[in-house]
Unconditional design. Sequence first.
Length: 90
Amino acid sequence: MGAYSNVSMVQDMRDDERQQVLSEILMDELKAIREGIANLPTRQEFADLKDEVGDIKSDVKVIKAVVTEYSEDVADLKKRVTRIENKVFA
């Protein structure tokens, strides 16, 4: 049955039957909406996640700074080792 036959069927119903069918359709749609909303985080859960992401963001900044500092230290040590090797093995 296509959409046209459903429309035709609804048009052929009495008002109380039509109201019952439309009520069932509406209830099904509301149920689907409730189920979809149930999977969304609450405001508090969202706020908690936002705080956690902020903490992680701060931690990543600290990690980047430490890695940059150690990278500079390693580069400096490599230069010093190279100079020492050049003097020793020259």
